[in-house]
Ligand binder design. Structure first.
Ligand SMILES: [Zn+2]
Length: 240
């Protein structure tokens, strides 16, 4: 079971970056909710959130939530600002596990692939509190620039936010080897053994020649039934 914590950046009195009629805190929450909902289609994963509504949380509180849960992965979703365009992701710039680096590589690639036609600003490292204070692999994504007119136009599209969410999910599916819930319930039809196939063929042959009528292959046979079968066999087959 993989336990993950989804962290929608900012919230409440902290709107995050604000531009082009958008507030970062609203977009991060929308993306995180999409991610959580889509992850619900997979088995072997437990999803937690630092917030599911418009409330303020200190950065340390976000890390504490994940640490208390002993989560396996922490994902913080943000929208960039400050002049630029495109997507970038961050892991802590201090000591990180090889797993953290792998997760960043895999998830970053899937987001860029899913969103398509955006500038890939690269895989970066920084001393962000949520990355530093969390005691598990942690990734922070900066999903386009709210203060860029073109990026903001995309961020206003629910369809686009869904695409971003799908990218995050695809990344986690690959990183954690997740399987869809339905795949579990699929019944695999047992294949017939060579023995069964031979019994099938024998029954068909004997039935065609009027030696037997019913396939009761696992039932015992009486001497009387055996006499009849041998008699029919001699009459119908040997005399042909
Ligand atoms: Zn932010």
């Amino acid at each position: 079971m993989v336990r993950i914590v989804l962290d929608a950046g900012h919230g409440g009195k902290d709107p995050g970056a604000v531009a082009n009629g958008l507030q970062e805190k609203d977009i991060t929450l929308a993306i995180v909710k999409h991610i959580g909902r889509i992850l619900g289609e997979y088995e072997g994963i437990e999803v937690h959130y630092t917030r599911v509504d418009d409330r303020f949380l200190e950065l340390e509180e976000r890390a504490v939530i994940a640490n208390k849960l002993k989560a396996d992965f922490f994902l913080s979703v943000h929208i960039n600002a400050g002049g630029g365009t495109g997507f970038e992701s961050y892991i802590f710039n201090g000591n990180v596990s090889a797993t953290t680096i792998t997760y960043q590589n895999v998830i970053h690639a899937e987001i860029v692939k899913a969103v398509g036609n955006i500038t890939d600003r690269g895989k970066k490292r920084a001393n962000y509190a949520v990355l530093r204070e969390t005691r598990m692999p942690a990734l922070l994504t900066e999903n386009l620039f709210i203060d860029n007119v073109n990026d903001a136009a995309k961020l206003k599209s629910e369809q686009f936010l869904l695409q971003i969410a799908h990218g995050h999910v695809e990344g986690m599916v690959k990183a954690f080897g997740l399987k869809k819930e339905k795949e579990k319930t699929k019944v695999t039809k047992p294949t017939k053994t060579q023995y069964d196939q031979e019994v099938d063929a024998a029954f068909e042959f004997l039935k065609q020649h009027g030696v037997v009528t019913q396939d009761r292959r696992n039932e015992p046979v009486t001497r009387a039934q055996m006499f009849l079968m041998l008699h029919r066999f001699a009459k119908n087959i040997l005399k042909e």
